[in-house]
Design a protein around this ligand. Structure first.
Ligand code: ADP
Ligand code: ASP
Ligand code: MG
Length: 440
């Protein structure tokens, strides 16, 4: 059995949905098809949630109506026969009725999560109507019945595995299963989600749970590129990555994969393929436990980073000092991305600033604190990068006139990270593309 996940752009237009149906019926292998919301929908739902939270109900209503119109036009183009069009219209009406009811009840985080879930609920239900119209047999597996996270927002993989296997056994004659990416239930049994871009994570968790032959991530580009194609002109797809390399790229900002989406597949040794829905004949990227060439493979950037420097000539060398600092971050459930130390100072970066003020207050007794906001981590990733002094030489030789705030090297053999001010990110990505890959 395999997993095929289709992202927002892959289901964002009626002709793409037709293409998805072709791709999932191409072979006879049983499969779980994981769908995202239609492109733009989750962004619109986020904005509706924010407007409701701010009490700007009129604006929220306008946004809801605009989105509803989009869906009404979408199904008119997608569905041909009136019997099925009526079904699709009823689904759209039901979900937008829910969004309008939201305007009348008091806002809460749980309600916001219900709002955000509408995108994947809609895309899967509408896709199912399309399959019915085209006489394609399928079974819908509601993600809310098996995808669970615990009180720390961590997926309960053993439970997911148990529930999913039960659901599959109940429908053992089926070959095509459809489910929602992104959405889940939390420890309080409320609707929740796996954070933005979370459908990749859903796919990988499902692939791990069923021990899939492969986890295919179908998107709008022909695999993982060597640099961010949104800001660097000359980039190329990478044919092979190890799980470790892919995990580092995802964690350090390559948007094509959710930051946490590699570990489930890696733990259960399920290969992941990144493929292009518009060009299924392209090779894409295969991510597996195989490691091939040594050296730099790709560059990724992670934005919205805050750097904190703690200077203390008195205490830094004392044992237990770093532990006390780390405990402050642990207390506020704030994970640290980069860390560098010298005899007199330690620099730490975080991307979650929700508890920044409390953290800074608790760090004050340890020394002088400096904070730099709006930083970007640029990571160069590759197998055993540290083994090739050529890479290090080329890397530092490519940087011109860009102040680097931190360098982290040696923590993992696959990664060298640089911290720069956000305004220097694009220039650095371009300089590294030239210096490491010879692409100007
Ligand atoms: P989906 O909606 O299918 O989940 P995403 O928008 O989340 O798609 O991810 C695909 C996009 O990721 C690409 O269109 C591309 O612009 C962006 N991207 C950023 N970095 C990379 C990279 N290194 N390789 C490929 N795509 C990347
Ligand atoms: N629809 C969700 C989002 O836009 C999840 C996903 O597409 O992966 O973040
Ligand atoms: Mg995505």
């Amino acid at each position: 059995m395999k997993v095929m996940k289709f992202g927002g752009t892959s289901v964002g237009k009626p002709e793409r949905i037709r293409q998805v149906a072709t791709l999932i019926t191409k072979d006879n292998e049983p499969k779980i098809v994981v769908l995202s919301a239609l492109s733009g929908t989750t962004n619109a739902l986020v904005s509706i949630g924010e407007l409701v939270a701010e009490g700007r109900k009129e604006n929220a209503k306008l946004e809801i109506e605009k989105l509803e119109k989009h869906y009404q036009n979408f199904i008119e183009e997608l569905i041909q026969k009136s019997e099925f069009l009526e079904k699709a219209k009823a689904i759209v009406a039901e979900h937008f009725e829910f969004l309008k009811i939201v305007l009348r009840i008091s806002f809460s985080k749980a309600l916001n999560n219900e709002i955000l879930a509408q995108g994947e609920l809609l895309s899967t239900k509408l896709f199912c109507v399309f399959l019915q119209e085209n006489n394609i047999e399928y079974q819908l597996l509601p993600a809310l019945e098996f995808m669970n996270i615990d009180e720390n927002d961590e997926p309960e993989i053993i439970n997911i595995e148990k529930k999913l296997k039960q659901l599959l056994q109940q429908n053992s004659e089926q070959k095509i299963f459809i489910t929602q990416g992104y959405i889940c239930k939390n420890a309080k049994q409320e609707v929740d989600n796996l954070k933005r871009g979370g459908s990749d994570y859903s796919a990988s968790l499902i692939a791990a749970a069923i021990n899939a032959s492969v986890c295919e991530i179908w998107t709008d580009i022909d695999g993982m590129h060597n640099n961010d194609p949104r800001v660097v002109e000359k980039t190329f797809p990478i044919e092979q990555l190890s799980f470790d390399e892919a995990a580092e790229l995802a964690y350090f900002g390559a948007k094509i994969l959710h930051p946490a989406s590699i570990w489930p597949a890696q733990n259960y040794n399920v290969p992941v393929k990144l493929l292009n829905t518009m060009h299924p004949e392209e090779k894409g990227t295969t991510i597996s436990d195989k490691t091939n060439i040594v050296g730099a493979k790709a560059i990724a950037a992670k934005d919205n980073i805050t750097a904190i420097r703690i200077k203390s000539s008195r205490m830094l060398l004392a044992y237990g000092f770093l532990r006390k600092i780390f405990e402050v971050f642990e207390k506020y459930k704030t994970s640290i991305d980069m860390i560098t130390t010298s005899e007199v100072a330690v620099s730490i970066t975080i991307d979650n600033t929700e508890s920044l003020n409390s953290i800074l207050k608790e760090l004050e007794p340890f020394g002088t604190i400096e904070v730099d906001e709006n930083q970007t981590i640029v990571s160069v990733v590759g197998n055993e990068i540290s083994q090739t002094d050529e890479t290090i030489k080329k890397l530092f030789n490519s940087i011109h006139e860009i102040p680097v705030r931190m360098v982290s090297y040696g923590g993992s053999p696959h990664n060298i990270s640089l911290l720069v001010a956000a305004e220097n990110k694009i220039a650095l990505l371009k300089q590294l593309n030239k210096g490491l890959f010879g692409l100007a």
